[in-house]
Design a binder for this molecule. Structure first.
Ligand SMILES: Nc1ncnc2c1ncn2[C@@H]1O[C@H](COP(=O)(O)OP(=O)(O)OP(=O)(O)O)[C@@H](O)[C@H]1O
Length: 310
């Protein structure tokens, strides 16, 4: 698939001398949902701000829809819709006016049909004449997305789209973002919520300390780096783990009714069959076996941890 954003050798040193980005290379494919993960201060906002033309890079090159972000700022910026973290709109402005106004900022002619489509897609059409102060928090967030989509961008940046919202609203937002992708827009989101990336992203990038330490298809990433946990539901409750199981990374859980064994799926010998044999030898019966892939969160924590150790 064609790239809609190309980032090569991107560096950023702030006036303080702090190097926030240390040579980032990244290609974003048209139509994908890309999640950028990273701990606080990793460089996510710096990178997005550079791509959107709000912060000047120190070195490297970025193009958006074929436009160089420095030499052709207007061309690249008009291909981008940015939904910032903070909600800022005039409390007394009507929904439809604030969305129309955003379109006007890009010098685009009025297009009522497009504005109506955006508001309908975001379930805001019924609220078009409401003042901003009359809306719930979730609706206000949707208005920010409507504003970002008002000038028909090809790429939508969402900076922590669900920061500080309740679980239900977060799920609504995920559904909405999934629906937006059906319209063909490329979506890049930053998030601290790993389950957000796990739920929605096609690819995941992990940035740490100004470096992109990993970019991978989400499913491949979870398979490749994942560990699995085998849960053995015991026939009878155990008081304690037999010493004979000391060779395996096992724990006794669920009040003595389950043994959990964490193993590396990539290992030549996972230890699963020998563990089960050993249980048989010890006369420990089981009722059920279940394996579970480790979450993106486990993978992320271990990646960042490895980097720190290195
Ligand atoms: N204007 C600035 N001047 C100096 N340093 C800055 C400036 N803006 C950001 N930084 C530093 O650059 C680093 C990266 O910041 P950035 O905001 O890009 O991180 P982030 O990954 O978005 O973090 P968070 O998840 O906390 O928003 C941080 O150490 C930050 O203190």
């Amino acid at each position: 698939m064609a790239s809609i954003i190309t980032v090569s050798g991107l560096t950023k040193s702030y006036a303080s001398g702090f190097q926030a980005l240390k040579g980032v290379d990244l290609e974003i494919e048209e139509g994908e949902i890309f999640a950028l993960l990273g701990p606080n201060g990793a460089g996510k906002t710096t990178m997005i701000s550079i791509i959107c033309g709000n912060v000047r890079p120190t070195g490297g090159k970025v193009t958006v829809a074929g436009h160089d972000i420095v030499r052709d700022y207007r061309g690249s910026r008009s291909a981008i819709g940015l939904v910032p973290q903070e909600l800022h709109t005039d409390a007394f402005e009507r929904v439809i006016d604030t969305v129309r106004f955003s379109r006007g900022l890009f010098g685009k002619p009025r297009n009522d049909a497009h504005i109506e489509k955006v508001l309908r897609d975001l379930s805001l059409w019924d609220k078009r004449n409401s003042k901003m102060l009359e809306l719930s928090g979730g609706m206000k967030r949707r208005v920010m997305i409507a504003k970002a989509l008002s000038h028909e961008p090809r790429v939508l940046f969402l900076d922590e789209p669900t920061a500080g919202v309740d679980v239900e609203l977060r799920r609504d937002m995920w559904k909405l973002i999934g629906e937006l992708r059906q319209t063909g827009v490329t979506i890049i989101l930053t998030t601290h919520y790993i389950e957000e990336a796990e739920e929605m992203a096609d690819r995941v990038g992990v940035i740490n300390n100004g470096e992109l330490i990993l970019v991978e298809e989400k499913t491949a990433l979870m398979k490749k780096l994942g560990k699995k946990t085998l849960t053995v539901t015991l026939g009878e409750r155990l008081e304690r783990l037999p010493v004979e199981l000391g060779d395996w990374d096992v724990a006794l859980n669920a009040d003595g009714c389950e043994i959990e064994y964490v193993f590396d799926t990539r290992a030549e010998r996972t230890g699963v069959s020998s563990l089960l044999r050993k249980l048989g030898d010890l006369g420990i019966g089981y009722k059920d076996l279940n394996t579970q892939q480790s979450s993106l969160e486990d993978i992320f924590v271990s990646l960042v941890h490895q980097e720190k150790a290195a």
